[in-house]
Design a binder for this molecule. Sequence first.
Ligand SMILES: *Cc1c(COP(=O)(O)O)cnc(C)c1O
Length: 372
Amino acid sequence: MNIPYLDLKAVTALHGEEIQTAVAEVVGGGWYLQGAAVQQFEQHYAAYIGTRHCVGVANGLDALTLTLRAYKEMGRIGEGDEVLVPANTFIATVLAITENGLKPVFIDVDADMLDLNLDQLQQSLTSKTKALMLVHLYGRCTYNESIRSFCKENGLLLIEDNAQAHGCIYQHQKTGSLGDVACHSFYPGKNLGALGDGGAVTTDDEELAQIIRSIANYGFEKKYVAAYKGRNSRLDEVQAAVLDVKLRYLDEDNDRRQVVANAYYAHIQHEATHLPSLMESGTNVYHIFPVFTPHRDALQHYLQEKGIHTLIHYPVPPHQQTCYREYNHLTLPVTERLAREELSLPLHPALTDAEVSYIIETLNSFHPIVNN
Ligand SMILES: *Cc1c(COP(=O)(O)O)cnc(C)c1O
């Protein structure tokens, strides 16, 4: 067997004909930016997430960056203010903070639930704390009642990074509708992925949505009248048309991810490898399936030899990156251990039952000593 980590060709082929038709319509229509396809997708995605507004942007990092920028324009956050952020996240979450001249305050995570350490959240509050970026990493919902009341009691903006959790549900509400605003990425490998870059912001806040839309379009309030020093960050018509097709199948695709994840949880049995706590169905959309083992590199090598390709999310946490030298002295023990022990198994909607069984059997036969 040869199992790639993510088979995008097979994933696209699941809805291939409809995607081809949608792309052909845009190509033939001759209108490629700021047209009907984006408008339609924005409406459908807002309805799906359960917010009043959706603004399509160029990618997920821009969604995050523009959101903080808009809050600065609104006077809700100022230069040098602090933003609480999980230490265990993809670097883009942090880049959006520093790009805006704000200070990331890294919070360690719980080793089993992978959600935020509440004690550390409390202890990290200062008079400059203005917002919490909540990341539903790996597709796991990290929102809960404690997070809600923590933000409410301390007057913090709650910003969801929903790049990895499209379709995830917390008590009948979608992630992406739980805080003040949410940022989404449609990078091809995400649960809802385009055929290139794409992103969106969802919110009930009309003023915020308008400002983000304006900044993403040169800062124009109306054509050629700039209210902000803006930039160009727009979702294009081809990507919107593709996303509109794939949105119709997102729940179905997530259900298939759940079936694969259930098989992994039921049958992976390996004393040196542990899985994060199993979450209630629907509260995890399994964007990434992480396993943790102190023998991570040996396991990855062994699986590779057996034709199973895995990835590491993420080998270097943001606070240990060279570009964040000023935070390199920090110690965030759980995040640092996860970075040493994490291995992501293949998990996507086009993975076959035979591939899933092979991955389970192969992993279960790994001997850390023999296979080292
Ligand atoms: C993918 C991702 C982003 C960035 O999205 P892009 O579209 O790649 O810019 C941000 N945050 C998280 C958690 C992500 O996984």
